[in-house]
Design a protein around this ligand. Structure first.
Ligand SMILES: [Zn+2]
Length: 154
């Protein structure tokens, strides 16, 4: 199965970088990345230790409904390239473990798809979940339940 793996939309990222409001109605917090575990959800790369980053609240859903969880994410403070590829970023294989789950067309969790898996099995798990046509998309999250990215059928 061909996958479509995307970072969050550039228009939203631009607005946040320009001081716009996050999902909690607040501007992003400015920090310097410490260590190597700071993934940017726009380019889906790890922010280099010491680089400027933004921390904000993000809700990866189109509309408000009971399953529309909100949580913290990081972004590069300065320009980076939007990720849109057919493959999951290589470093996701180091997510130990990752949380994965499918959502239906109403963006409600499909409980039969939820799992906690080793990062290196994410491509296989995405294909397995998305082979069910009643699944609209998959979310990959860290062990802290922080949203990493959305995966769809290409
Ligand atoms: Zn980035």
């Amino acid at each position: 199965m061909k996958l479509s793996v995307q970072g969050i939309q550039s228009s939203f990222v631009r607005s946040i970088r320009d001081g716009g409001s996050d999902a909690n109605g607040q501007p992003a917090q400015h920090r310097y990345a410490e260590g190597l575990a700071n993934p940017c959800r726009h380019c889906l790369e790890l922010i280099n230790d010491g680089d400027e980053m933004l921390i904000l609240s993000y809700r990866p859903f189109q509309s408000l409904q009971p399953y529309a969880e909100t949580g913290p994410i990081f972004l590069h403070k300065n320009g980076c390239q939007h990720y849109k590829k057919s493959t999951i970023p290589a470093w996701f294989s180091f997510l130990e473990p990752a949380i994965i789950r499918g959502y239906d067309e109403n963006s409600w969790i499909r409980y039969d798809t939820g799992d906690v898996v080793p990062g290196k099995t994410l491509t296989e798990k995405c294909c397995e979940i998305l082979s069910d046509q009643s699944i609209a998309y998959v979310h990959i999250r860290s062990k802290f339940n922080c949203f990493q990215c959305q995966v769809e059928r290409a």
